[in-house]
Design a binder for this molecule. Sequence first.
Ligand SMILES: [Fe+2]
Length: 217
Amino acid sequence: MTNKSRRQLLKLGALVSLIGTTVTGCRINGLLKTPTPTEVKGPFYPVEDQKDKDFDLTRIDGREGVADGKHIIILGHITDIENKPVADAAIEIWQANARGRYNHPLDRNPQQLDQNFQGWAIIASEEDGSFRFKTVMPGAYPASESWTRPPHIHFKVSKPGYTTLITQMYFPGEQLNKTDLLLSHKNALERPQMIAKPVSDEKEIAVYEYNIVLAEI
Ligand SMILES: [Fe+2]
């Protein structure tokens, strides 16, 4: 190889590596999404199976009544870090009722259970990654004498090929968000990912959007 062709080869190598750096940097800075932050599962994951675990937590099959409290809709999309939809992910949801009480034997909260509140659901994302469920605004509840948990919904999202996500979704504008010992330990990038966004409060039902990003294994 002549000196000239060696120099050309070196130039070409430098160009290829420059392009590679630019593309990688761009993907990291602009195109890739950050996976939804994880959170502790908490002590009230359901332990007793129940027949009705559908998308409407405000009603229980076979009962006439509806759950107490403010009825709300949560909707969103599940994507991977490249913003591609994740279809057919299992989305498990559990939460306190409107009074802040879980249907769980370990919950010592003296607030009443709600016989019409489903409390737990397992749904699946659609082909386009979308999901939707109806529930009640969960009540705040005491986690200790000095700590009141803000309204939140627990999520467990799983699909083969992806890291199972266990997290908690919060609501915008809640004063208790600022003092929560879990949420306040998240950084400034993580917190907005964990707080749903209001979509509308029309037709007597509030709608919140909460998007989830899964990491591939
Ligand atoms: Fe909780």
